[in-house]
Design a protein around this ligand. Structure first.
Ligand SMILES: Nc1ncnc2c1ncn2[C@@H]1O[C@H](COP(=O)(O)OP(=O)(O)OP(=O)(O)O)[C@@H](O)[C@H]1O
Ligand SMILES: [Mg+2]
Length: 236
């Protein structure tokens, strides 16, 4: 049994269907990437898992429990952490306050998990800006904070939606290292990205989406060896 099993989901916004039977699995500690051009359904797949846009058909099983139809906060409490594309930092709250309100004890109740000490070990730069308001942070600082905030909720699976978007190359490299450290620590991650080199470095498996369907699945090595697939689905 995989930790997460998404089976043949169909998801719509109102009357317009956007996902047409997406299936994927995540094993504990795996990084599974969703790539593809603008508007192919990466965010909608993530929203479908997090409960923000529940699928109309298909199933999402998390640690052997059906979660379609559960409220967003219930799904979060079960250990699925959502790191949104638009980051959603509270601009009027300080960095510390943004972290503090997201605090949730670990599921297993043994007290071992993410708290500010662990978070600052991963993102030491946040320590220097604790009293700064969320609204004045740089894009890179905001991305670190939004991941850190999610970690404060002690997720078992992180849904990372386009973490590298809009960041300078050097910041992206730093972020890539941090996500790599999370993976090494055993975190399961679904990574939606347009930045292929980011994905190739980090993932165990990659799915390419096109018009709401998975058109290709493989390992980073498979995809590196397959420039035609890259041209067909990924380059502009
Ligand atoms: N709130 C919404 N209402 C209606 N249609 C939507 C909504 N959000 C997204 N869509 C449509 O659903 C499709 C999939 O969008 P989605 O955001 O999942 O794509 P994406 O792969 O994440 O793209 P991007 O790279 O731009 O983030 C697109 O055609 C988009 O226009
Ligand atoms: Mg998106």
């Amino acid at each position: 049994m995989a930790q997460l099993e998404v089976n043949d989901i169909h998801t719509s916004y109102g009357l317009s269907e956007v996902l047409f039977g997406v299936s994927l699995t995540v094993e504990p500690g795996e990084v599974v990437a969703l790539v593809g051009r603008n508007g192919v359904g990466k965010t909608t797949t993530i929203r479908s898992i997090a409960g923000l846009t529940p699928p109309k058909q298909g199933s999402v099983r998390w640690m052997d429990q059906d979660i379609i139809g559960l409220a967003v906060h219930r799904i979060a409490k079960l250990g699925i952490g959502w790191v949104p594309e638009d980051r959603r930092i509270f601009p009027e709250l300080t960095v510390w306050e943004n972290l503090d309100i997201a605090r949730r004890p670990p599921l297993d109740g043994n007290g071992v998990g993410w708290d500010e000490e662990q978070v600052f070990e991963l993102f030491p730069d946040l320590k220097d800006i604790l009293s700064r308001k969320g609204g004045v942070l740089s894009g890179g600082q905001q991305q670190m904070l939004t991941i850190a905030r999610s970690l404060m909720g002690n997720p078992k699976l992180l849904l990372l939606d386009e973490p590298s978007e809009g960041l300078a190359p050097i910041v992206v490299e730093n972020l890539r290292d941090k996500v790599g450290m999370l993976k090494e620590g055993g975190m399961s991650i679904i990574l939606a990205e347009q930045n292929l080199s980011f994905v190739l470095h980090l993932s165990d498996r990659i799915h390419i989406l096109e018009k709401g369907e998975i058109h290709y699945s493989g390992t980073p090595d498979d995809l590196r060896a397959n420039p035609e697939i890259q041209t067909k689905y990924l380059t502009v």
